[in-house]
Design a protein around this ligand. Sequence first.
Ligand code: ZN
Ligand code: ZN
Length: 344
Amino acid sequence: MKVARISPARTIEVAHIEEPEVSHDTVKVRVERCGICGTDLVARTSSNPRWAVDSVLGHEIVGTVADVGEGVSGWKAGDRVALYHGSPCGQCEMCTSGRDYLCLDHLDSALGHGVAQGGYAEHIVVGPNLLHRIPDGLSFDQAGIAEPLAIAFHGVNKSDAKAGDAICILGAGPIGAMTAAALKARGVADIAFVDPNPARRALVEKSGYRAVDLAAVRDGDVAALGERRPTAIFECTGHVEAAGLAVELIAYNGRIVLQGVPKAPVLISQYSVVQKEVEIVGSASCTQEEMEEAIGHLAAGRVRAEDIVTAVVPLEEVDAMFDALLDPAGEQLKVLIAPNMTQV
Ligand SMILES: [Zn+2]
Ligand SMILES: [Zn+2]
């Protein structure tokens, strides 16, 4: 089958590998869409041995069940599914304390994270515990954002944000845009973005959000964001200066949710954190329940994937699309790969 994998030159190249087949306890899924995640963009050129040459990336997968192992019940060929990104080990202290989404060994089972094959492929074989049913009315282009949307819902759940709160989102990238969509689905309306890229500001403005340049808030000035200091801020850039800025912009007693992954330790004013009694929380991954919640909001039309997905491409265009997504002035937001689409 055809896949897109990391080449020795650290590009994403199309290759043919043996098609995986089901075992007694697994399910084979024809991949209809696989989202390109920020993690994938980093993996292409990463020196981490996890991302070895020939790795097939991709963990944001939706597809059609193609074959079912004899020991699997409840699923049949033709079922439309969204995949959770990996199986918890069931043994570690996070798994045994009811927080298996933070499994300490999760990377070894996570799809497309160097060990298990990812979704940049025509087919993938997984355990049935990863499968979530997609309702009939939801297209693969819409359901294709279910996993990152669940990640956004996880951050929103960490924030405790509710209707009437003033929200600021640092970074109008895919996770920022999906965080806004998740908030809106929960009835939170007062949302302002900060992003230096005018193309991405224009994209979120088209969806009805306020968006300002970094310069407008540089000195902790919040006038451009709205009438109030934000009561919750979502850091969705991973830029080393973003958390420090969030601490200056946040209201007294506000909460900051950190979702970005900066390359180096960040500096924040502890004085501001103490004086304002700011709460800072990290948000990683998502639960299977949040996957269901994301699919439910998409199916009900409360989240419009059409506002977030800017391109659907075949495997042959993945490498160029990585470059477009990494371009600081780029116009792409969320890109889905369609591995079974023939190149036109
Ligand atoms: Zn991801
Ligand atoms: Zn575990």
